[in-house]
Design a protein. Structure first.
Length: 208
């Protein structure tokens, strides 16, 4: 796939968003269609806080609806394939764009378990800006793509460097903060992304 096929949005670091996941039963287990407020709006609290997952599921013929957010991007730019043709949908007055399909490992995925995400995207983390990673027992590095206020309602960027002390990491895992000398790119335009969450609901992508 050439760079001409990818539409890139820059300056996304720190931008707020929210997601609605519509869950249906797929051949390989639970499957969720992901709708995201970014870049249409900043997921205003007065609308987000009124969303009702049961009502959304019923209105959309889904087994369940999951509310994921609010969240804040940690990459510098997002490249997306086929952005101009993505479906728009409104939930409780919040306009969102269909961004991905997720194969869930369970209806309520547990921390540190892997979900496969078909998102056709490139996440770029600029050199010289601190990033936050989980390192698994095999040496795989998972870069934090978003931090979440789902569990810690007042989480901020300033909390991230010291997060290791608050996480219940599985045996053999560790959490690190580092400042890369070169850009870090997670290119999943032609493969599924491997995504996990920690026990505070922050999300990470496995670097290839």
């Amino acid at each position: 796939m050439s760079d001409d096929d990818v539409t890139t949005i820059g300056d996304v670091f720190g931008k707020r968003y929210g997601e609605v996941l519509l869950v249906r039963a797929g051949d390989a287990g639970p499957e969720a269609t992901v709708y995201n407020t970014f870049p249409l709006n900043d997921c205003p609290a007065e609308l987000w806080d009124k969303l009702d997952a049961n009502t959304i599921a019923e209105e959309n013929g889904a087994v369940a609806a999951l509310l994921n957010g609010p969240r804040y991007w940690l990459m510098s730019s997002i490249g997306k394939v086929g952005r101009d043709t993505l479906e728009h949908k409104t939930f409780g007055g919040l306009e969102m764009i269909r961004q991905a399909t997720v194969q869930l490992n369970a209806m309520n995925p547990a921390p540190y378990h892997v979900n496969k995400v078909d998102r056709k995207a490139v996440f770029t983390f600029d050199a010289g800006r601190e990033i936050y990673e989980l390192v698994d027992p095999n040496g795989g590095r998972w870069v934090m793509q978003t931090y979440s206020r789902t569990i810690d309602k007042v989480m901020t960027l300033a909390d991230l460097p010291g997060l290791a002390a608050r996480l219940s990491l599985p045996a053999g895992w560790r959490y690190e903060a580092r400042t890369p000398a070169e850009p870090v790119r997670v290119d999943t335009t032609s493969r599924d992304a491997c995504v996990t969450q920690d026990d505070l609901a922050n999300s990470y992508s496995l670097q290839a």
